[in-house]
Design a protein. Structure first.
Length: 454
């Protein structure tokens, strides 16, 4: 055992030995336990001698169970306490840790019975949630806040409206809300409105009665509302819904019943609706392109999902998780150098996490080794059409005791400006006009700073 490796880390390695050769390495301010390139768990220090063992992903659950090792808090007293993984997000709404210990034997037994029931149920063909709040990676203030709002929304049955740019994780958050709600045992049915032709949307939503039209199935066909009965219906890209269908959707939400196409019979349903859009719904309402009454019906619990540029501190963790997912899908686990990671953290990421994944996959495929450095990333970013690459995000300085901050403020501001200008000049190859645009200042101001840096 390495001298800097705590005893409880070795204890965890011993427990998971049956899953295969495991290694421990520092990550996310704690320790990661990995096997075959897949991180099984992250052990974080909670203070007071407690360490929290978090499953990195729901896909690792069979490995934990095969090892006879449920997640637990390993205390300094050496008493492992099992955790009820599924119920934890509901019980830990205000806690930075997503799980709390279940110390009683009765609760432990209930948790094991629940896991056994999940194993015995076939997953093929079932419409269940795929993600939990643990899948929404990050610990930045923006991420913590959106998770807090989403956990509160999970306790309600009111409609939820997820607002955010494409690629920010709105669908993942919808899955997590369903998985933490009282409807978790029910189906999770999603439909991308933008991907369905307008002529088929009504049948897709409300179903088709037997023989409703020429070529219709003689047995009829259930719509998404009926399939989601007892669970959650996720309406992705709700802003693209045609106006002719908006009135029917509003009535279905208000009355709790639908009328299949070609039928005169009203069919009741009980589904919680989560809608998402990357468009400005309030603007569409003002333009008359989205019904105002439907907007108010959906906008009961609005949650804004922040773009990646507002949660740059999460990028290192996202890169690690995306790399593990690439390895799990049969690819390689790329090792990103610290300089390359700083470069990734400095980009604007208009496509958010989806664009970040694409860049990582391209860099891994084009690299002759598993190591990704700055030149490789710059080449990939330029090939994606990015004309100007933002400078690398400088690491936050943390001088001991903060003594370096006890200087005249003007001196510190001038030093920061000098660093920013140098980084921008390096990123633009010395082009002063491009540098001024990148920094958001005039060319005259830039020349003034260069001639008189003080």
């Amino acid at each position: 055992m390495p001298s800097n490796q705590p005893e409880f880390v070795q204890h965890c390695l011993d427990l998971l030995a049956s899953a295969g050769p495991c290694v421990a390495k520092r990550m996310f301010g704690g320790w990661g336990i990995s096997t075959g390139g897949l991180t099984l768990a992250i052990i974080a220090d909670l203070g007071d001698g407690e360490r929290l063992w978090l499953k990195a992903d729901a896909t690792t659950l069979p490995t934990f169970e095969a090892a006879g090792c449920p997640p637990f808090v390993y205390t300094a007293k050496g008493k492992p306490m099992t955790l009820n993984y599924r119920a934890a997000p509901e019980d830990a709404m205000e806690s930075p840790a997503l799980m709390r210990p279940r110390a009683t034997q009765a609760q432990d037994a209930a948790a094991r019975r629940e896991l056994a029931a999940q194993r015995s149920q076939p997953s093929h063909g079932q419409r269940q949630s795929k993600y939990t709040f643990a899948s929404f990676v990050g610990a930045s203030p923006a991420t913590v806040e959106v998770k807090r709002q989403a956990r509160r929304a999970a306790q309600s049955s009111s409609p939820v409206l997820l607002l955010g740019e494409t690629g920010t994780g709105k669908e993942l958050l919808a899955h997590a809300i369903h998985a933490s709600s009282a409807r978790a045992a029910g189906p999770f049915v999603g439909v991308n409105i933008a991907a369905v032709p307008d002529t088929l949307l009504e049948a897709e939503f409300f179903g088709v009665a037997p023989g409703a039209y020429t070529g219709a199935d003689r047995k009829g066909r259930d719509g998404k509302f009926k399939l989601a009965d007892g669970g959650t219906l996720f309406l992705d890209e709700i802003g693209d819904m045609p106006q002719g269908l908006q009135a029917k959707l509003l009535r279905a939400l208000q009355e709790g019943e639908i009328e299949p196409l070609g039928s005169n019979r009203l069919v009741p349903f009980n589904a919680r609706v989560i809608a998402a859009t990357s468009r400005d719904l309030a603007g569409l309402v003002r333009e008359g392109r989205f019904r105002e009454d439907l907007y108010y019906r959906l906008n009961v619990l609005p949650i804004r999902v922040p773009p990646l540029r507002e949660r740059r501190g999460d990028i290192p963790a996202l890169v690690e998780v995306l790399g593990e997912d690439m390895a799990l899908r049969g690819g390689t686990h790329p090792e990103v150098t610290p300089e390359a990671l700083a470069l990734l953290s400095g980009q604007k990421w208009r496509g958010n996490i989806r664009e970040l994944r694409n860049v990582l996959e391209q860099a891994a495929m084009c690299s002759d080794s598993q190591r990704i450095d700055v030149p490789q990333l710059e080449k990939i970013l330029r090939e994606t059409g990015l004309e100007q690459i933002a400078p690398a995000l400088a690491p936050a300085a943390a001088p001991a005791g903060g003594s370096d901050l006890l200087r005249p403020l003007a001196e510190q501001v001038a030093e920061l400006e000098h660093r920013a200008i140098n980084a921008a000049l390096a990123a633009t190859g010395g082009n002063k006009l491009a540098t001024a645009r990148l920094l958001g200042i005039s060319r005259a101001t830039l020349y003034g700073r260069l001639e008189n840096p003080d």
